[in-house]
Design a protein around this ligand. Structure first.
Ligand code: CTP
Length: 402
């Protein structure tokens, strides 16, 4: 399945480098042409001879070679159909995230124009460190960058947890799927219009206080980016969020309240092919918004709340052929609750995440979803960076539109 594909494999200094030997073997067996670049640290774990024997290609580890000639990092970067960095250490991830280029592998990485796939490997605490999480988040936000989440198991330290490089067979499958999807065209959503809602809403109590929730907008912004990267023209209706949209095909509309989000969504809806409502819209708002700041007086203060308009439900009622996607964040009876919402709101599919899953939902840069569709199909995905989760959701949209 990988016949003729040119894969540039970057191997970093981790014990998981031994797995990359088998990875090269499998990639070559599938028909790929593989060139290997090793970091200085990787040389301590595996010899270049092992990789050159298996790949039948020269192995690169430095800016110059034994004959004192320059190894051309630009040519190598341009040669590849895909650059795979496996294992990617915490150190290399930090350098990639910040454009630091202090060894040959990073020089090639910065020169490469092809998609880049990264398979991290490190000890569990390093993998969970906020710095590593932020670096992975940043890398996955770069155009055509993909992360293969580390797996759980016994680690070199003897500890047990998440951080092990994905198994070589899983990496090979990922790459096969990757080429299969891109073969279908790099801009499958060209000419399509999409609406995305994102972030929380703020419902004022008085000029100082409001009711809201923990949504950051990350998931919705990732969806807007992926839709745009696939060629769609995106209108992103966002509640208050610090996220930034990067793609020029995204038009951002800022709103504050559920009512404003409702009005903006209704206005945009008739013109789009797909609407993905990922915003965490307040279900209730204060019945009265006080003009002046409420002063404290009584020991208890009851706040009367009224329901906001359900945007998703309304769009379900007004559907004229759009693909309509909703989210369900649940804490219990997840599947049952999500199915109810799918039907009640006339959706094509619903993306379920459970607050019971570790590292999923609000505030995390990762998410773990199950997609339930109107035909009764159910697809569960492993924990992934939100950008990769967005890719899975957009992939499903693409299959619906084609
Ligand atoms: N939604 C919306 N407008 C609202 C409330 C929610 O568009 N006023 C959308 C969300 O963007 C999300 C989905 O509806 O896509 C969530 O479904 P919902 O039934 O509102 O979930 P909850 O509010 O969590 O419902 P419940 O509290 O009953 O679980």
């Amino acid at each position: 399945m990988l016949g003729g594909k040119k894969i540039l494999l970057g191997v970093c200094g981790s014990i998981a480098a031994y797995k990359s030997v088998y990875l090269v073997r499998q990639l070559v067996k599938e028909g790929a042409e593989v060139k290997v670049i090793m970091s200085k640290g990787a040389l301590d774990f595996v010899t270049p001879l092992t990789f050159s024997t298996l790949s039948k290609n020269k192995v690169y580890a430095d800016f110059s070679n034994d004959e004192d000639q320059w190894n051309n990092h630009v040519d190598l970067g341009l040669w590849a159909d895909v650059m795979l960095i496996a294992p990617a250490t915490a150190n290399t991830l930090a350098r990639m995230a910040n454009g630091i280029c202090d060894h040959f592998l990073l020089g090639v990485y910065l020169s490469a124009k092809c998609p880049v796939i990264v398979a991290p490997a490190m000890d569990l605490d390093m993998y969970k460190h906020p710095a590593t999480i932020a670096n992975l988040d940043k890398i996955s936000s770069f155009n055509k960058h993909y992360i293969i989440q580390a797996e759980s198991g016994e680690l070199a330290s003897g500890l047990y947890g998440e951080g092990r490089m994905a198994e070589p067979d899983n990496i090979v499958n990922y790459i096969k799927n990757f080429f299969l999807n891109t073969k279908k065209g790099l801009s499958p959503l060209r000419g399509r219009k999409a609406l995305v809602t994102a972030g929380p809403t703020y419902e004022a109590i008085d000029p100082v206080r409001y009711i809201s929730n923990h949504s950051t907008g990350k998931m919705g912004f990732a969806l807007a980016e992926v839709l745009a990267e696939n060629g769609a023209e995106v209108i992103l209706i966002s509640g208050p969020s610090l996220q930034k949209e990067i793609h020029p095909n995204i038009r951002r509309v800022n709103v504050t309240t559920a009512e404003e989000m409702y009005q903006a969504s209704i206005r945009a809806y008739s013109d789009v092919d797909v609407a993905i409502l990922s915003a965490a819209v307040a279900d209730y708002k204060p019945a009265i918004v006080h003009d002046l700041k409420l002063k404290k007086s009584e020991n208890e203060h009851a706040l009367s709340l009224v329901k906001t308009k359900d945007i998703l439900k309304k769009l379900g009622e007004q559907k004229t052929g759009q693909i309509l996607v909703g989210f369900a964040l649940e804490t219990n009876d997840e599947i049952e609750n999500a199915k109810k919402k799918l039907n009640a709101k006339n959706l094509d599919f619903i993306v379920l995440n459970s607050l019971r899953d570790k590292n999923a939902g609000f505030k995390h840069s990762t998410n773990k979803i199950t997609i339930l569709d109107k035909n009764g199909d159910k697809d569960s995905f492993p924990l992934k960076q939100k950008k990769d989760v967005a890719r899975d959701i957009v992939q499903k949209v693409i299959t619906y539109l084609n």
